[in-house]
Design a protein around this ligand. Structure first.
Ligand code: ADP
Length: 286
């Protein structure tokens, strides 16, 4: 019998019991953690990990996943050699396979399943369909906490998140889930992540389209909204179309100018107080 595994699961059970779904309890615990941190009894890193566990109760898969547009995936008629090239260029060891569009994920290729074909003459003619595995699908509204349990039970490390219409919403791995508790885990293959909010000057920021409305509230721009989470989504909703480079919006005393967008997605924005002179060239950053 594997003692360490046993200890691990009973510890897990205790933690999940301790951080159960009782909201009153959560609030008391959060206050206790903040008090202990103020008194110097808890280190800053311990504080953020403990708060991370508490917040974990409220998270759903769509809060944590990599959105569909950022997924590195491959069409089903691609050869093993093409898939190996994508594994190398993306640095990801698991590649979702789609038929026709990314909305229709039909399999998952794992790097280690390609390795036996490394020296094989057929690797340029065999397609990924020959070796792909069944994807593990989850609704994007699933609780992240439940997903962590399912990852453990199924010995799976990656899931495809689906929206309510059965289309692909994104992908999520066990690393994404654990990062919600312990903060960023950078493995040796992770590309550096782009900051969603980059201060340029006092009160002037460059944003990516996926900066969250919650983060903007902290800068003093309150756009709270139940329908969308990101500033890109908010502006598309306001405009009724995907705003183009150069379009700008005045919202609650702030000007938001689109610095870079394609027909489907806003990439970069500039946020500044509305009473400043508009920035001359939307395509240049600073
Ligand atoms: P890997 O080492 O194969 O990238 P991890 O589970 O360590 O897998 O994930 C690291 C990060 O990369 C996570 O944020 C995860 O969501 C993301 N990721 C994993 N696979 C893909 C993929 N095929 N396309 C885009 N992002 C991915």
């Amino acid at each position: 019998m594997d003692d360490s595994n046993d200890t691990h699961s009973s510890l897990w059970t205790s933690i999940t019991k301790l951080f159960g779904r009782d909201r009153d309890n959560d609030e008391k615990l959060e206050q206790a953690i903040l008090d202990a941190s103020e008194d110097g009894e808890v280190e800053p890193q311990e504080k953020s990990m403990l708060l991370g566990i508490l917040r974990f109760n409220d998270l759903q898969v769509h809060d944590t996943m990599i959105p569909r547009t950022d997924m590195d995936c491959i069409p089903i008629d691609s050869s093993l050699a093409e898939c190996a090239a994508l594994i190398v260029s993306s640095g990801h060891s698991r590649i979702p396979v789609y038929r026709d569009t990314r909305d229709n994920i039909v399999g998952m290729v794992h790097a280690k399943d390609i390795l036996p074909y490394f020296d094989h003459d057929d690797r340029k003619t065999l397609t990924v369909a020959a070796i792909m595995r069944e994807p593990f699908f989850v609704p994007d509204t699933k609780s992240t906490r439940t997903l962590l349990q399912e990852f453990r039970e199924r010995k799976q490390h990656i899931a495809i998140a689906l929206d309510e219409y059965g289309g692909t919403s994104g992908l999520i791995t066990i690393e994404d889930v654990l990062e919600e508790i312990v903060g960023d885990i950078e493995d040796e293959h992770d590309a550096p992540k782009e900051e969603d909010i980059r201060p340029l000057e006092s009160n002037i920021y460059e944003l990516t389209g996926r900066a969250t409305l919650e983060d903007l509230t902290e800068l003093g721009l309150d756009l709270e909204n139940d329908e969308v989470d990101t500033i890109g989504g908010y502006l598309c909703m306001q405009a009724g179309h995907v705003p183009a480079t150069g379009e700008s919006f005045i919202l609650n005393g702030w000007r938001i100018t689109v610095l870079d967008a394609d027909p489907k997605l806003i990439h970069k924005l500039r946020l500044e107080p509305a009473n400043l002179e508009p920035h001359a060239d939307p395509a240049s950053n600073a």
